[in-house]
Design a protein around this ligand. Sequence first.
Ligand SMILES: Cc1ncc(COP(=O)(O)O)c(C=O)c1O
Length: 387
Amino acid sequence: MQLAGRIRNAPPYPFAALNQTVASLRAQGRRVISLGVGDPDTPPPARAYVELRSWAERAEMHRYPDYAGAGAYRAAVAAYYRRRFGVALDPEREVVGLIGSKEGLAHLMWALVEEGDAVLVPDPAYPVYAAQARFAGAEPVPLPLLPAQRFLPDLDAVPADVAARARVLVLCYPNAPTAALADGEFFRRALAFGRRHDLVVVNDAAYADVILEGERPPSLLAFAQPGDMAVEFYSLSKTYHVTGWRLAAAVGAPAVLDGLRAMKENTDSGQWTPLQMAGAALLEDASLDAYVARENERLRARRDRLMAALTAAGLNPSLPRATLYVWCPVPDGDDAAFAQRLLTETGVLVTPGRAFGAAGAGFVRLSLSVPDDELAEACDRIASFSP
Ligand SMILES: Cc1ncc(COP(=O)(O)O)c(C=O)c1O
């Protein structure tokens, strides 16, 4: 038996590899604190349990769900976009329910690109964009996100021949792993670039509500003009601490979403309806803004603690205003060696920046999604580390 070339030639998924490293060190008796993955450690709002339980008890809920997402779920996503972003969406044509944004991003790539196409992906980035572009036969072309450009891609630097082949521009703001934010002016430029080159502009907004300070950032769709091929991915994972539920939505241009829906109809059968109904209740409940604010406050305190420890160790990270991450440059630019030495000498695991792409080299990413006591211990260990 031989696996397909697309899998044989694929790099290992970085976070699966990190999980394995942690498991094997723990098996050797090491007390490892992982600041690797971003996966909220505190519970979802109490209402999540109540809703899920009550929907799960209805017999009719155990049949196949609607392919495009339950109507009530799509309506709740549209209502949320109106309340949170001031964006009006038609739940029938402009919202598709997803089994997490990872699933949606993957299927969107398959719906949009093929052999010979280019996909413009940020670098560093969530590895799924490039992996799925490659699986679908296209070439992912990295757009470096550099500190000097506030981690925004330089769209003017995309060579004309690449722009001509490109079918998709992927953005991710609030950005992981750099924690950068994009403003309306950048979104307008990206949409104009999409119009000029006839490509789909996608914003992965998984961290839209993980905002540690300052104003809540806008949606890409708030700047789209009629006819723009713009799509955004919104996820409940990090807003409501339900990463395991697998619940998200793609919203925006109907022509693009038609392709995504067709891809999904042939691949999956949608998310379990009680999860969608419980998710709809969370999105519609404006009083849960207080839950989100409280969780963000908790993250801000953790961020400040981690920033202090990194500074005490002689490192110089810039202050993240959003996401679950601190993106920290390492002194001699060798992020892999730094992460290895930090792990060996202190038992603290961080992700080397190059796991997110070549332009991530020289940085490490530290996640804030670990319980307070573990983070405090990790901070003590980091503060006494000599980089
Ligand atoms: C940038 C980014 N996009 C998407 C996702 C996946 O989100 P979901 O849980 O909705 O699949 C993650 C998960 O960590 C992420 O970091």
